[in-house]
Design a protein around this ligand. Structure first.
Ligand code: THU
Length: 140
């Protein structure tokens, strides 16, 4: 469980990250913030490309940063914000659910995902977003 102050801090980190989004093609800036069990927060924003299909989502960038800094598990919560999202909160795309699952599975956690819109927060677990996930454990 995450208290309301921790939730608000994580959401604020995701909003700050979205300010750095490189999204000139979609004009849909996204920010993500990952909270780890030692209190660390690692953020990411979407990074698009003139070759449109190469766009990287905010959650994927954040996970790459976390793994690249040596983190292996301990993921307790994720906040995702879309600056253009209206009433319907953004939820991680299918690929990002799988990418998030990798770092979650490494530490056997089921992170809370905070999907943020201007009207509120949808709280859902990663396992609810990606049931019966394929993960490192399947590789033996
Ligand atoms: N996007 C994300 O960053 N995360 C998601 O979970 C969904 C989509 C980005 C990709 C692209 O740069 C823009 O949003 C529009 O799809």
């Amino acid at each position: 469980m995450l208290n309301l102050e921790a939730e608000a801090n994580l959401i604020a980190a995701a909003f700050s990250a979205a300010e750095n989004a490189y999204a000139p093609y979609s004009d849909y800036p996204v920010g993500a913030a990952l909270l780890f069990d030692d209190g660390a927060v690692i953020t990411g924003c979407n990074v698009e490309n003139a070759s449109y299909g190469l766009a990287l989502c905010a959650e994927t960038v954040a996970v790459a940063k976390a793994l690249g800094e040596g983190r292996r598990g301990g993921l307790t919560a994720v906040a995702v914000v879309g600056l253009k999202a209206d009433a319907e909160p953004i939820t991680p795309c299918g690929r990002c659910r799988q990418v998030l699952n990798e770092v979650a599975a490494l530490g056997a956690t089921d992170p809370l995902v905070l999907c943020v819109s201007k009207d509120g927060v949808r709280r859902v677990t990663l396992s609810a977003l990606l049931p019966h996930a394929f993960g490192p454990g399947h590789l033996g």
